[in-house]
Design a protein around this ligand. Structure first.
Ligand SMILES: CC(C)(COP(=O)(O)OP(=O)(O)OC[C@H]1O[C@@H](n2cnc3c(N)ncnc32)[C@H](O)[C@@H]1OP(=O)(O)O)[C@@H](O)C(=O)NCCC(=O)NCCS
Length: 187
């Protein structure tokens, strides 16, 4: 296993080309996809032919330091979903997006907060990040709560992208949260 970081209860590891089934299963739950696609599953061939190759290519691009990482429980090894910390494709390396998508069975245990806290710590102390940002739909209370618990600040309201108009609450748009290294250090 190619470990990226560990927290008290979680291991984040790099994905491999053999992990397609984990992502396909995660994206097949309408509750997980509610604020991403309106509940529709991601087609397995999209995961195999686009998403997973893009994730693996990202490790090459960012030297394995940034990207999207599989999360599993340290106790027993169950896959719980993924976290990401990655720059925009053509953006500066010192600004990264934080993201998370967890299996429904793993919700409500504080995992999103725990994994994200570790990513902020690594980003600001080891990876030279200056700003870490995250976006979600205005209606996605759970995701916003995680951002708020991390000490991130609401900085912008964003329009709903054209390919997400079918998502519940699309008319309310999205929200952007940010945290700078200075804000993170002040706690
Ligand atoms: C959003 C998500 C990551 C939250 O994961 P989680 O591990 O359950 O979150 P945590 O347990 O760390 O919860 C953090 C806080 O948010 C609250 N919360 C979580 N889900 C919530 C919800 N649906 N509504 C309101 N509050 C919620 C928790 O109660 C907790 O607050 P507390 O400490 O005051 O009790 C998870 O539900 C998920 O993966 N959803 C589907 C994918 C998705 O929407 N990803 C984000 C897209 S931007």
């Amino acid at each position: 296993m190619d470990i990226y970081l560990e927290t008290e209860r979680l291991t984040l590891r790099r994905f491999t080309a053999d992990d397609a089934d984990l992502l396909i299963e995660l994206d097949s739950d309408p509750a997980v996809m509610r604020y991403l696609s309106g509940g529709e599953a991601t087609a397995p061939e999209i995961v195999r032919e686009r998403h997973l190759p893009f994730i693996v290519a990202g490790y090459e691009k960012w030297g394995g330091e940034l990207g999207l990482f599989a999360a599993q429980e340290r106790d027993g090894g169950a896959f719980i979903g993924w976290f990401c910390l990655r720059p925009e494709p053509d953006g500066p390396r010192h600004e990264a997006e934080l993201g998370y998508r967890l299996r429904q069975a793993s919700w409500g245990k504080g995992y999103a907060t725990e994994g994200s806290r570790a990513l902020l710590h690594k980003g600001f102390t080891e990876l030279g990040m200056r700003t870490i940002w995250a976006e979600t739909m205005t209606l996605n209370r759970g995701s916003r709560k995680v951002m708020e618990k991390l000490g991130m600040t609401l900085t912008d309201h964003t329009p709903t992208p054209p390919d997400m108009q079918m998502v519940e609450g699309a008319e309310l748009g999205g929200v952007r949260y940010e945290i700078t290294g200075e804000q993170w250090e002040r706690g």
